[in-house]
Design a binder for this molecule. Structure first.
Ligand SMILES: O=P(O)(O)OC[C@H]1O[C@](O)(CO)[C@@H](O)[C@@H]1O
Length: 447
C-alpha cells in the first residue's frame, strides 16, 4: 500500500532547507516527549497507541452494535459536539455517496447529527424528520454535561420514550462516554443503555479512532478495520523514519511552524472534492483547539475549491500576505466522467471533449497552486491516492501526530482547551445557572 505523500517544494520560495534542518533537535525532543510521555498534557496521550490497541474483538463488538441499530433504524442520530461528532462526520461524509439521502435503495440508515448547535429550527426540523421514520440515537459526550448535546439528548430521549416506551427506547439508545465518571455514564447505568467507553487519556478532538468515531462510521456502513489499518500504518511510518526530511509528519509540523514565524498566521486547508469539506472541519478543531492558546497559534481555516475560487479566490491571490495553504490533494476519483461534445460549442468547451472531470479538476488544482505561490502564498501539498477508509485512516493519524509535534514546537500544551470555558461560564450566568449570580450581574451591566 502507498503512503500519503507530502510535497513542500512550493514553500521553498519562502523558507530554506537549511531552516528546516535547524528544527531537527526540536522535533527529536518533541517526538521523545510524546513517546516517553514526558511533555505537556502527557495524561492525554492515549490516542498515540490507539491504532495498535484496537483488537478485532473490540471492532466486532462495535460492528455488532452497529448492526443492531441498522436493523431497527432508517435514521441514526449522533448527538455530540466538537470532537464528539466532527471525526465521525468527517469520515462518513468523505466516504458517502454525495446524495445518499436521496438515493433510492441507497445507504441506510442515514446518519444525522444533533446537539452540535442550539438552533430551535434545526432541532424542530430534526424531530419532524425522525418522527416520520424508525430511528435510534447514539449519544456521545465525555462529560455528559456539555449544554448543546445534553439539551438535544433530552429532547430525543423523551421523544423515543413517548414513541417506543421506556423499554423500546432503551433498545434504541447507545451512550459513548467516560468509563466511570460523568453525568452520561450515570444516566446510562441507571437506564440500562448499551455503552462504550471513551478512554480517559484521549481528548475529544483526538477520539475519532475510539467508539466516538468508529460506531457512527460502522453504522454508516464503512470498513472500520481498514480505517484503523491506515492509522496503524501511518503510526509505524511516523515512528520508523527519524530523518526530518523523510518523515512526512515531522516535516509538516516543522514547515507550518517556520511559515508561522515568518508571519503566515493563517493556514488554509484546501480541498477540490466536496466530500472533504467536513474533514477540514475536523482538522480545524484539532489544530485550533490544540494550538490556539497563550496568545499564539496558526488560525486554521478552510476552503472548498474550485467553488471558493469564485468567492475567496480574490483574497487568497491578492489580499494581505499572512496566509499559507495546505492542499489535501486526491490523485484519483472513484468514478470517471468525461466532457461530452456539443455541436454548437457556444460555451467554447469543446477543447475539453474527451477529458475526464478529474483531469480538468487536477489542472485547476495545479493552475491555482502556481498562481497562489506566485501571489505570495506558500503551498504545502498532502496527497492521497484515493479517498477510501485506508487513506482516511492514514490522514487522521498523520494530522493528529503532526499536531502534537507542532504544538510542542510552538511550546503550547496541545492537549488542553482552557479557553473553551469562557463562553460557557457567560452562557451559564446569562441563563441563570445556580452559582453564577455574581458573574450574571457583571455581564448584565456590560450588556
Ligand atoms: O464530549 P464532551 O464532554 O461533550 O465535550 C465535547 C467537546 O467539547 C470540548 O471539550 C471543548 O470544545 C471538546 O474537546 C470536546 O470535543
Amino acid at each position: 500500500m502507498e503512503a500519503i505523500r507530502i510535497d513542500i517544494s512550493k514553500t521553498l520560495n519562502f523558507l530554506s532547507q537549511s531552516e528546516i534542518e535547524t528544527y531537527q533537535s526540536s522535533v527529536s525532543k518533541s517526538r521523545q516527549a510524546l513517546a516517553q510521555k514526558t511533555g505537556a498534557g502527557n495524561d492525554f496521550l492515549g490516542w498515540l497507541d490507539l491504532p495498535n490497541q484496537i483488537d478485532s474483538a473490540y471492532l466486532e463488538e462495535i460492528k455488532q452494535t452497529a448492526h443492531h441499530l441498522k436493523s431497527i433504524s432508517e435514521v441514526v442520530v449522533v448527538v455530540g459536539i466538537g470532537g464528539s461528532y466532527l471525526g465521525a462526520k468527517a469520515v462518513i461524509d468523505a466516504l458517502s455517496h454525495h446524495f445518499s439521502h436521496l438515493k433510492i435503495g441507497g445507504q441506510t440508515p442515514l446518519v444525522l447529527y444533533a446537539g452540535q448547535n442550539i438552533c430551535a429550527d434545526y432541532h424542530a426540523d430534526l424531530l419532524e424528520i425522525v418522527n416520520e421514520r424508525e430511528y435510534s440515537v447514539v449519544v456521545i459526550s465525555k462529560s455528559g454535561t456539555t449544554t448543546e448535546p445534553a439539551i438535544a439528548f433530552r429532547l430525543l430521549k423523551q421523544n423515543l420514550e413517548e414513541r417506543y416506551g421506556k423499554e423500546g427506547a432503551k433498545e434504541r439508545i447507545v451512550a459513548i462516554t467516560d468509563p466511570q465518571g460523568g453525568a452520561l455514564r450515570k444516566m446510562a447505568t441507571n437506564e440500562g443503555y448499551k455503552t462504550f467507553s471513551i478512554p480517559p487519556d484521549v481528548g475529544g478532538r483526538y477520539s475519532v479512532l475510539t467508539p466516538v468515531g468508529l460506531l457512527p462510521i460502522a453504522i454508516a456502513g464503512f470498513d472500520i478495520e481498514q480505517l484503523v489499518t491506515g492509522a496503524k500504518d501511518m503510526k509505524r511510518l511516523s515512528e520508523s523514519t527519524p530523518t526530518l526530511q523523510e518523515n512526512p509528519v515531522s516535516l509538516y509540523a516543522v514547515v507550518r511552524n517556520i511559515l508561522y514565524k515568518k508571519g503566515k498566521k493563517t493556514e488554509i486547508l484546501v480541498n477540490y472534492h466536496p466530500r472533504l469539506q467536513y474533514f477540514a472541519e475536523w482538522w480545524k478543531q484539532l489544530y485550533g483547539e490544540s494550538e490556539g492558546k497563550d496568545g499564539k497559534g496558526i488560525f486554521p481555516a478552510s476552503v472548498n475549491f474550485t467553488s471558493d475560487l469564485h468567492s475567496m479566490g480574490q483574497w487568497i491571490q491578492d489580499g494581505e500576505r499572512t496566509i499559507f495553504e495546505t492542499i489535501l490533494s486526491v490523485k484519483n476519483t472513484k468514478k470517471r466522467i468525461d466532457i461530452p461534445y456539443d455541436s454548437t460549442n457556444l460555451d467554447k468547451m469543446n477543447y475539453l471533449v474527451g477529458k475526464s472531470l478529474q483531469e480538468v479538476n487536477k489542472q485547476a488544482e495545479l493552475g491555482t497552486l502556481l498562481a497562489h505561490v506566485e501571489g505570495g502564498v506558500p503551498n504545502v501539498l498532502i496527497e492521497i491516492p484515493v479517498i477510501n477508509e485506508y487513506y482516511i485512516g492514514q490522514l487522521i493519524y498523520f494530522f493528529e501526530k503532526a499536531c502534537a509535534i507542532s504544538g510542542y514546537i510552538l511550546e503550547v500544551n496541545p492537549f488542553d482547551q482552557p479557553g473553551v470555558e469562557a463562553y460557557k461560564n457567560n452562557m451559564f450566568a446569562l441563563l441563570g445557572k445556580e452559582g453564577y449570580e455574581k458573574l450574571a450581574e457583571e455581564l448584565k451591566a456590560k450588556l
